[in-house]
Ligand binder design. Structure first.
Ligand code: AMP
Length: 281
């Protein structure tokens, strides 16, 4: 496995591979890799000849007072995990943005609600870094996790709107055996905080399994299960538009973001569509 630290070298490597006819797959990450990340590598590996993973903790997507300086790091473990999952090139830039950098890529409506409402500046930071990474790595296919469902939809919108020549694939959300969504931030959780963090997935699973088509009823059910210090949102949204919905006729997702013991956690599940009247399920 090759490692590259300089953006210009990254770009050169990709252009050489592309001109040699190689199909490039790409998984961007912020490191401290876990099974959620490696599942995306496995999806990409099957669809490309050259697999690139990037590790870059992107300052642009952290707000003031967020955990940029504390964000967990494990470069040696990350290298080993990438090797074990057939990564050809690990891109770990110390600096990603060129001197004089002053461009922001910003998606509109999809970024206004949910995490966009409580983390202003987060999505412009994400789309800007992903646009630059896609420019440098020039992949044919890039894989993003449904763990960050709003991010996935925002990136798909950006890629379509700006005619970026890359296929975006979604990887399913990977959970711990007890249901907790895997996240690099889980390492911040003490034993007792972790058991309260489990209330996010419990609430979402209860909402999914309740067989009700009334979003308000489902939200109250979820609220009764959540055991968190602060709730940023618990919403049921249209799976494509991310707008809150009044009934479960269209494909929908239950989305949650909440704080437990100083750690912000997010999770989501797909909700089964309600059965139209007259149809036997
Ligand atoms: P991050 O390192 O948190 O920026 O995540 C990098 C990529 O891994 C993003 O596309 C995330 O959605 C994805 N990811 C993180 N955790 C999970 C998980 N538990 N299941 C699936 N994908 C994940």
């Amino acid at each position: 496995m090759k490692q590259i630290f300089d953006p210009t070298d990254m770009s050169r490597w990709s252009q050489q591979r592309r001109s040699g006819g190689s199909r490039i797959g790409f998984v961007p990450t912020m490191g401290y890799l876990h099974r959620g990340h490696t599942s995306l590598m496995d999806i990409a590996r099957e669809r490309c000849d050259s697999l690139v993973v990037s590790i870059f903790v992107n300052p642009l997507q952290f707000g003031p007072g967020e955990d940029l300086d504390l964000y967990p790091r494990d470069p040696e473990g990350d290298v080993a995990r990438c090797r074990a999952h057939g990564v050809d090139l690990l891109f770990m830039p110390a600096r990603l943005y060129p001197p004089g950098f002053e461009t922001t890529v910003q998606v509109g409506r999809l970024t206004r609600g949910l995490c966009g409402a409580t983390r202003p500046g987060h999505f412009p930071g994400v789309t800007t870094v992903v646009a630059r990474l896609l420019g440098l790595v020039a992949p044919h296919v890039a894989v993003f996790g449904e763990k960050d469902y709003q991010q996935l939809m925002v990136i798909r919108r950006m890629v379509a709107d700006l005619a970026m020549n890359v296929e975006i694939l979604a990887g399913p959300l990977v959970r711990e055996p007890d249901g907790l969504a895997m996240s690099s931030r889980n390492r911040y959780l003490s034993h007792s905080a972790r058991s309260r963090a489990l209330s996010l997935s419990r609430a979402l699973f209860a909402m999914r399994d309740a067989k009700s088509d009334d979003p308000e009823h489902l939200k109250s059910l979820g609220m009764s299960i959540l055991d968190v210090d602060k709730l940023d949102y618990l919403e049921i949204v249209n799976e494509r538009t991310l707008q809150p919905i009044g009934s479960l006729a269209a494909p929908a997702r239950a989305m949650v973001a909440a704080w437990v013991d100083g750690t912000r956690l997010i999770d989501n599940v797909s909700l089964p569509p309600s059965t139209p009247i007259g149809q036997v399920s």
